[in-house]
Write a protein that binds this ligand. Structure first.
Ligand code: AQP
Length: 327
């Protein structure tokens, strides 16, 4: 069975972008693949995190994975920091990465822009992400569009290692959904919807109440026209909302366009809010049941043990190939 690895950073409240671009696909992929789904807490600390928020957000993501339908009997669900092999292989991958490669990463440029001080972790994080993937010899990595460049680096590093030390790593493939790979901010369609955006009106959090969801969607920026038409170049805001509608309803973009022909933005936004609430309300109910059941600790412990079984063996193999003495 082919292996799938992916993760989400506990750097804020999960958004509809994370759900559509990542979690929804995780749930589908577990039907046909051996899956490893982490909460990538080591990545989150590349920017300062308040310890109590980090703890809460980590638990929230793990519970949201389960609430969305990830089955811990089938897929390993765990904290990245609980499997030490990630940090160890992360270091080894850093030594194989050039500064130029890291400097080209657009996410680093975006996240460091305008900051007086930027942590070195933010700079080298793509090497850790490469290790996350390679440590399981994952075949497929479901990610949003924004992570494509990091995955390309992972493929380069795997190839570099293989040609330097002999065939060892699987070269992973990205799995990027055709629709919903990049959900944009509600207040600015030139930026992706992001959980660390300081303006909560820019994103729909998976745990937002129905009323907050309705309010955020009704306030979402649109152009001054009234036509519901998918046209990313000229109508990026409406196109983004249509993409969300398509993902929430299972309709194609053409079907969404036909459904709202002749209607203005007001009725479209109202319907959209109801579709989002239809998907998120039951998910939220399951989330609260999971949080109060106390099951999370066991799931995370078992997930980490399963993952470590695979990851530790890979790191041993890498170290042997590189010439480290056996411990
Ligand atoms: N707006 C988005 N549209 C589609 N997919 C998205 N993803 C994130 N935002 C969107 C996908 O979610 C997964 C987890 O992402 P992450 O938490 O590891 O980091 P990120 O990509 O940097 O996501 P955020 O929400 O923007 O987090 P912050 O604000 O902390 O940087 C990835 O598969 C990502 O593609």
């Amino acid at each position: 069975m082919k292996k799938v690895l992916s993760g989400i950073q506990p750097s804020g409240q999960l958004t509809l972008g994370n759900y559509i671009g990542a979690i929804k696909n995780f749930v589908k992929l577990q039907e046909t693949h051996e899956c490893y789904f982490m909460v990538v807490d080591l990545h989150a600390v590349t920017v300062p995190q308040e310890p109590s928020s980090l703890r809460e957000q980590s638990q929230a993501i793990a519970a949201l994975y389960l609430a969305a339908g990830i089955d811990p009997q089938r897929s390993a669900v765990y904290m990245q920091s609980h499997v030490r092999a990630h940090a160890e292989l992360g270091w080894l991958m850093t030594t194989m990465t050039s500064i130029g490669e890291l400097e080209r990463m657009t996410q680093f440029k975006d996240k460091s822009a305008g900051k007086d001080s930027v942590g070195a972790g933010l700079f080298i994080y793509p090497s850790l992400m490469a290790a996350d993937i390679l440590v399981y010899n994952a075949d497929l990595v479901p990610v949003g569009d924004d992570q494509k460049q990091h995955l390309e680096l992972t493929r380069d590093l795997a190839g570099r290692f293989n040609s330097r030390y002999g065939d060892f790593f699987t070269i992973p493939q990205p799995y990027i959904p055709e629709v919903g790979a990049r959900i944009m901010s509600l207040d600015d369609a030139s930026k992706k919807m992001s959980k660390s955006n300081p303006n909560p009106g820019s994103f729909i959090a998976l745990l937002d109440s129905p009323d907050v969801i309705r309010k955020k969607i009704s306030r979402a920026t649109t152009d001054s026209g009234r036509e519901i038409r998918f046209d990313q170049a000229n109508k990026p805001e409406v196109s983004n909302l249509m993409g969300i509608y398509a993902q929430m309803s299972g309709l194609s973009l053409a079907e969404v366009e036909a459904k709202f022909e002749g209607q203005g933005y007001g009725p479209f936004k109202k319907e959209l809010a109801e579709r989002v609430v239809d998907v998120l309300e039951p998910l939220q109910q399951r989330y609260h049941e999971i949080r109060s059941s106390g099951m999370l600790e066991d799931v995370l412990r078992e997930g980490a043990a399963k993952a470590a079984g695979v990851a530790d063996r890979t790191v041993e193999g890498v170290k042997e190939k590189m010439g480290f003495l056996k411990g």
